[in-house]
Design a protein around this ligand. Structure first.
Ligand SMILES: *Cc1c(COP(=O)(O)O)cnc(C)c1O
Length: 453
C-alpha cells in the first residue's frame, strides 16, 4: 500500500518511508492512497482475537512493505509492557455507558498504544538501514513520556525531549527523567512550551544539521501515531454485545484531533460506528468548529486537562482531506487561508456523525466528583471532559485517556480519594536526571552534537 500527502505535491511512499518521514515535504500529512474496506466477514473473523493479534491483522493491511512474520513480532512486542491482560479493557458503568481504559501502558496514557509500536518500527528501520536515528521532540507532558518509553534503551536510537522546566507535572517529569537509561535525554528548557517548540522548529529547519544527525520528529502527525490508534476502537466495538454495536457513539477527549481521527477513519473503512463526540476542555477550537462551521485559533488557556491545551489541531487536516472529497488543491487552499488569517469558515459545513462538547475546569471538577458518586469510578481530568453530556439515545463508549493517578491533586480535590499507581510510586525514589538548557537553537544543537548516537 502507498501513502499520499493530503496536499498532493510530493510522491507517494510505502509505509516505512512515510513513517520515517513524518510530516510530508509539502507540509501535508500522509494517508493511505485509498482507504481499505473492512467487511462484516473481516469483523466476524477478528471477533475472538486478543489485542496484539487484532492489531497485527489491522496493521498488515497498511504495512505491506514489512515481512509479515516480522510485523507480527514487532506488534506482539509492542503490547508486552501493558499491565492489564486485555491491554484495552472495556468496562461497563451502566446500561448505556462504557469506559474504554487506555491507560494501562508504561506511561499510563493512551499515547503508549502508538508510541510503543512506533519505537519498535524505528528500531527496525535502524537495523534495516544500518543507521542510527536521533529522535527529537518538545512536550507539555504525556507525549514526551510516551515517546521516551517507546525508545527506551533501543540500540541505534537517541531520544531528546524538551520540556518547560517547572511547568510539567512532577510525575510527568519523573516519567521522563527517572528512566536511568543512557539513550534518553530529558531537556529542561528555561522558558515555556512555545519557546521550546519554536527553537525546535529552527533546529529542524537546519537541513544540514537535520540530515547529519538523522533527526526525526515525534509528533502526533506521524502516520504511525494514527493507525495503531484505530485498533482500540475496533477492539472495543468487537467486545460490545451485538445488540449495542450498531448504536455506539465513541466519546473522545481531544485536542489535536489525533485520537478521534483514528476512530473516524475506522468508520470510513466500513466499521458500523454510529458516531463520535469530540470532547474538548476550555480550549475549544474543535467544539466551535463542530457547532458553527468556523475553524479559528484562540489563545491557549492552561487547564486541569493539560494534554488537551491546544488551539491548532494538527490532525484536523486528515479529516479535512476527506471532507473536501480528497481534493488536494482545496486542502492547500483551506490550509493557506488558515495559516494567513488564523481561521477558515466552511460554507454548508457538514458535521456528519460528529457531535461535540466543551468543559471548563469547574465542570471537570464537578464531573470527577459526580462520576465517582454515581459509579464509584475515578476518572482523570481529560476523561472527565468526555462525561459532559452523554447522548441519551446512544450507547456511549467514553475513552479514558489517562490514569487518574497522574493527576492526584485534581482527584483529591474532587473526590477526597488518594489515587495512586505502583508505577508512579516506584518513580518517587529514583534519581532525576535532567539537563537544563536554554530555549535557543544554538544550545539545542550544541547538546545534540555532544550526545547524538
Ligand atoms: C494527548 C492526550 C489527549 C489528546 O489527544 P488527541 O490526540 O489530541 O486527541 C487527551 N488526553 C490525554 C491524557 C492525552 O495525553
Amino acid at each position: 500500500m502507498k501513502f499520499i500527502s493530503t496536499r498532493g505535491q510530493t510522491p507517494a511512499l510505502g509505509f516505512s518511508d512515510a513513517v520515517a518521514t513524518g510530516l510530508a515535504p509539502d507540509g501535508g500529512l500522509y494517508l493511505p492512497e485509498s482507504l481499505p474496506a473492512i467487511s462484516s466477514a473481516d469483523l466476524a473473523r477478528w471477533e475472538k482475537l486478543g489485542y496484539a493479534d487484532l492489531c497485527f491483522e489491522f496493521m498488515r493491511i497498511f504495512a505491506t512493505d514489512i515481512p509479515v512474520e516480522e510485523l507480527r513480532a514487532i506488534v506482539a512486542k509492542s503490547y508486552t509492557r501493558f499491565s492489564h491482560p486485555e491491554i484495552a479493557p472495556l468496562r461497563r458503568l451502566d446500561a448505556r455507558t462504557h469506559v474504554l481504559e487506555l491507560f494501562h501502558g508504561p506511561t499510563l496514557a493512551f499515547k503508549d498504544f502508538a508510541l510503543q509500536l512506533l519505537g519498535n518500527l524505528y528500531e527496525r528501520q535502524c537495523r534495516v538501514r544500518r543507521e542510527s536515528i536521533n529522535v527529537l521532540g518538545a512536550t507539555s507532558g504525556d507525549t514526551g513520556a510516551a515517546a521516551i518509553h517507546g525508545l527506551l534503551g533501543k540500540p541505534g536510537t537517541g531520544i531528546f525531549i524538551l520540556f518547560p522546566d517547572g511547568r510539567v507535572s512532577p510525575l510527568q517529569e519523573r516519567q521522563m527523567a527517572c528512566t536511568g537509561v543512557d539513550n534518553v535525554f530529558a531537556l529542561a528548557v528555561d522558558g515555556t512550551f512555545d519557546d521550546a517548540q519554536a527553537a525546535l522548529k529552527e533546529v529542524f529547519g537546519d537541513q544540514a544539521f537535520r540530515t547529519g544527525h538523522r533527526l526525526s520528529a515525534v509528533n502526533s502527525i506521524n502516520l504511525a501515531r494514527v493507525l495503531p490508534q484505530c485498533v482500540y476502537y475496533l477492539y472495543a466495538w468487537l467486545r460490545l454485545p451485538a445488540s449495542e454495536r450498531g448504536n455506539v457513539e465513541f466519546v473522545v477527549p481531544t485536542g489535536n484531533f489525533g485520537n478521534v481521527c483514528a476512530g473516524w477513519l475506522l468508520q470510513q473503512m466500513g466499521v458500523p460506528i454510529a458516531g463520535f463526540k469530540v470532547a474538548t476542555n476550555q480550549n475549544d477550537i474543535l467544539h466551535r468548529l463542530f457547532t458553527t462551521g468556523e475553524y479559528r485559533v484562540g489563545d491557549v488557556h492552561p487547564s486541569l486537562a493539560p494534554s488537551m491545551d491546544i488551539q491548532v489541531s494538527s490532525n484536523f487536516e486528515r479529516f479535512l482531506y476527506y471532507s473536501l472529497g480528497c481534493n488536494q488543491a482545496r486542502v492547500r487552499e483551506v490550509m493557506q487561508t488558515f495559516k494567513a488569517t488564523g481561521g477558515y469558515t466552511f460554507e454548508n459545513f457538514d458535521r456528519g456523525s460528529f457531535s461535540s462538547s466543551r468543559c471548563t475546569d469547574g465542570e471537570i471538577q464537578g464531573i470527577i466528583g459526580r462520576v465517582y458518586r454515581e459509579h464509584g469510578y475515578v476518572v482523570d481530568p481529560h476523561t472527565a471532559c468526555g462525561f459532559k453530556e452523554l447522548n441519551p439515545d446512544r450507547i456511549s463508549v467514553v475513552l479514558a485517556t489517562a490514569h487518574p493517578a497522574k493527576f492526584p491533586d485534581a482527584i483529591r480535590a474532587a473526590t477526597g480519594v488518594e489515587s495512586t499507581h505502583p508505577a508512579l510510586e516506584a518513580l518517587k525514589s529514583l534519581p532525576i536526571v535532567k539537563y537544563r538548557i536554554k530555549a535557543t537553537p544554538t544550545a539545542i544543537r550544541t547538546f545534540i552534537d555532544q550526545h547524538a548516537v
